[in-house]
Design a protein around this ligand. Structure first.
Ligand code: MN
Ligand code: MN
Length: 466
């Protein structure tokens, strides 16, 4: 080796693909972990289903509902379910809570189409559900793909009907139609953003008339079927939360089987990797807290979003039930706490590489990505982690051999984004964004690297064990 080569070796940053020269055992472990991840995704496509799956997983690992626990001791594991849509979990550490919590927070909601409150109509003897899209999505991607309906209908007497149709191979599916190319001359000249209108994202749900000469007989036939299946009338659809999600299953992608293609990896990948890491914790120093929040895709507002004070209530429960609470202690807990905001990152796509700064982009297969800051256009609205904290997190990952990369979302002034990070940073918590890089984010079928999924799980485990 020449002196120059030696010097280069010492001074230059090294970037190596995570799969490069890994052992067969590790590769096997990564594949098996991702098989379970894909099963989890197939069973939990909405925030309500995620919370259900998380409660099940927690119960199987000795966690208890905090409402049923009077006193908390070191090693105890508890959870709190907020309105069935968001959730907080904790494992009590040896340290006092006032020295701070180690928090990892993800979100369970993903872009989708929601049914309008008065959704049902018939036109030209076809019956539709009207929708209002949820979150930032490219509307054209949601036409002509199989969609499933998930959610709840509350009947007048309060009975809750759970709906999940389109997932079983024997179930019917539903689609939003699009124009044939033969007649789309005008449409194809429109801007991508305007070619499919929000008001046109209507779900085709029926075409067979009721056997009687009366108006709206196709709609009548559909309502009759719904009445027989769920015991509901049209009015009940206005007491409901019904979400349309892609009916496809999570699948392995590529001849080398290195990737996962699935709906809702933003941010269910962080939910799964943090939850599975949490389940394995024992004898930890600092109390570990896991957040599964809702409404991140629409600004984190409302009583199930991260802006809600329900999280403070949970931490207050922890303080009261460990017998540690005193006046104003909650604020002190927060300023001493540390957090990883577990959310997906954009990944450089060679076909659209012009939107990324190659030096600062995240790469598929290079491990979990740390974003020092988010925001857009001059770091506006950024939650910017302090260098001291970034160094602390990197040391934790380095000491545990976790593979990670440091990145930012896209080129300056090209766009931007945010996560729940700023909401917790505003409480005084040290927060940094840390998540899996994704291709085709917010599309019906997002792509991740199995290596990165596994490295997120390793990263979260290392953070809580530190
Ligand atoms: Mn997200
Ligand atoms: Mn998102």
């Amino acid at each position: 080796m020449t002196y120059g080569e030696e010097l280069k070796n010492k001074l230059f940053k090294k970037k190596v693909n995570g799969w490069f020269k890994i052992s067969d055992e590790l590769k096997q472990e990564i594949m098996e972990y991702n098989d379970k991840y894909m099963d989890f995704l197939n069973n939990s496509k909405t925030e309500r289903e995620i919370v259900k799956s998380a409660v099940k997983m927690a119960n199987e690992h000795g966690f208890k509902d905090i409402n049923e626990v009077e006193h908390l001791n070191v090693g105890d594991k508890v959870y709190y379910v907020n309105k069935g849509k968001s959730m907080y979990l904790a494992v009590i550490g040896a340290d006092k809570l006032e020295n701070g919590l180690s928090i990892i927070g993800a979100h369970a909601d993903s872009p989708r189409l929601d049914l309008k409150p008065n959704p049902l109509y018939e036109d030209q003897e076809l019956v539709y559900f009207k929708t209002h899209y949820y979150g930032g999505l490219k509307k054209y991607q949601w036409t002509t793909i199989p969609l499933a309906i998930h959610g709840v209908i509350i009947k007048e007497d309060g009975e809750k009907i759970e709906v999940r149709i389109g997932e079983d191979d024997k179930d019917p599916i539903f689609t939003v139609t699009d124009l044939l190319p033969h007649l789309a001359k005008e449409q194809e000249n429109l801007k991508l953003k305007e070619a499919i209108k929000g008001e046109d994202l209507n779900l085709l749900i029926g075409s067979m008339p009721f056997d009687e000469e009366i108006p709206e007989r196709v709609k009548l036939n559909i309502l009759n079927i719904l009445n027989k299946k769920y015991g509901i009338i049209e009015e009940d659809l206005s007491r409901a939360e019904l979400e349309l999600v892609p009916a496809f299953k999570a699948r392995t992608q590529g001849f080398d089987e290195s990737m996962v293609a699935a709906y809702g990896q933003d941010d269910k990948v962080s939910v799964y990797t943090s939850l599975t890491a949490l389940m394995e914790l024992n004898n930890i120093k600092r109390t570990a807290v896991c957040i599964i929040s809702d409404k991140e895709e629409v600004g984190s507002m409302g009583n199930t979003g991260m802006e809600s004070h329900a999280f403070d209530t949970f931490v207050t429960f922890l303080l009261n039930k460990t017998g540690e609470n005193k006046v104003n202690l909650l604020e002190k807990v927060f300023v001493n706490s540390k957090m990883l905001s577990a959310d997906v990152d954009a990944c450089i796509d060679p076909i659209y590489a012009n939107v990324s700064d190659r030096l600062n982009a995240a790469y598929l297969g290079y491990g979990v990505a740390l974003n020092k800051y988010t925001g857009s256009g001059g770091k506006y609205n950024a939650s910017d982690a302090n260098a001291e904290y970034l160094a602390e997190v990197r040391k934790i990952f380095d000491d545990s051999n976790v593979k990670y990369q440091i990145s930012e979302l896209g080129k300056v002034d090209v766009g931007g984004g945010g996560t729940i990070a700023y909401i917790l940073a505003n409480k005084g918590i040290d927060v940094i964004d840390c998540g899996v890089p994704i291709l085709c984010m917010h599309s019906p079928y997002e792509v991740s690297s199995k290596y990165d999924v596994y490295s997120a799980y390793q990263a979260y485990k290392a953070f809580w064990n530190a």
